[in-house]
Design a protein around this ligand. Sequence first.
Ligand code: GDP
Ligand code: IMO
Ligand code: MG
Length: 429
Amino acid sequence: MSNIVIIGTQWGDEGKGKIVDLLAQKADAVVRFQGGNNAGHTMVVEGEQFISHLVPSGILQQKKCFIGNGLVVDPAVLVEEIDYLSDRGIDLGPGILKVSQKAHVIMPYHRAIDHAREKKKGANKIGTTGRGIGPAYEDKATRRGIRFVELIDPEMFVDRLNSILDEKNFYLKNYLNAETLAAGPIIEQYGQLAERLTPHVTDVSVELSTAMKAGKQVLFEGAQGTHLDIDHGTYPFVTSSNTVAGNACGGAGVGPKDINGVIGIVKAYTTRVGAGPFPTELFDNIGDQIQAKGAEFGATTGRRRRCGWLDMVILRNAVRLNGLTGMVITKLDVLGGLDELKICTGYQYNDTKLEHFPANLNVLAESKPIYETLPGWQEDIAGIRNFDELPQNTCKYLKRISELAEVPIDIVSVGPGREETIIINDPFK
Ligand code: GDP
Ligand code: IMO
Ligand code: MG
């Protein structure tokens, strides 16, 4: 038995969806454990692209897919996604797709508050995805949230809604200058969604425990990335959940002893969507070239992703925070054609060399990356499937990353397609 957590090491969009889809081949179940439909995970199979926001990326392999208690779920988006994937011939019946009864529900006022707050903040906005993620986690923490178990009980749902809607409307109208919401349409819409989703609602923790006792292999699929983590990321420019591997336990309902490995997905360069510090960001034509070749547009909001060099300060942070046992380097093909590549090995802050990521954003803003330069390669590597066939300079780049991170590279991804992959060490072996 082997259960593996897959997380993003940077600021999201590292290619988690592709790798989860690939590794799901050998897994029996895939579980999302945090976040919501702020995530956009892309899978490309036989030239066809699929993007999922809530449904775990094991779905194309038709493995059991669980949405854990750690998520905030917009039921309308979930139903849309079930319909979108079903229309493409994928089975998302209640035997395949299961939602935790303890997952929290994103309500229309969560989305409305998210939008209105960002608007009010103006230039100081976080650049959220506008999906209501923060406000939903906020209600969970203040014990005013609505869980799936209440959503599917009409009486409890109406009670909960009535106990909170006045306060939300007061805040929307008087503080945020936004439209208020009426209970009637919410009760009707959510009632219909509840009916559709009831067969999928279950005790995920119990189901996972039964599967693991029977020797099944489970993949835990992270969303966002380590530096968007509410505790460890570039706070307040973060998402509202713990994205690190440790939260796979809390957000799925399993114990730490159930986890056997933690794989960090590392984009061969760095991207970030939304506001917040980004020390290795490029503002020149190399940044534009990477953005264009890597097609760096957000899978959820379509926003242009900011691009920069690989940053080992943040990668080492991710190694420690997640306890990485292996790494997957993605989008290596995108770096082909550049004369030289830079890797940030530390930050210079006045007279001090920082080796660890500072929590103080003013210190971070004044820190300058210290770079090491490596030779680039001109070859197109997208067709390569064996590590030994990679150009010498590509191998040098990979070896240096592994050396600096002190973690082995298990897989290298050289294109968006499932098969555009070089397996060095199978994590499920
Ligand atoms: P996720 O949020 O971590 O699942 O990543 P996204 O799906 O948001 O963004 C990754 C993007 O890169 C998607 O468009 C993928 O299809 C694409 N992609 C993944 N791996 C590779 C790769 O190795 N090479 C290239 N060129 N594209 C890749
Ligand atoms: P995946 O799983 C990249 C970013 C938003 C914003 C911040 C807070 O596809 O890697 P939120 O809506 O969560 O309150 O926004 O977090 N963000 C992501 N950036 N990839 C994601 O997910 C993200 N999910 C949230 O852009 O900066
Ligand atoms: Mg994404």
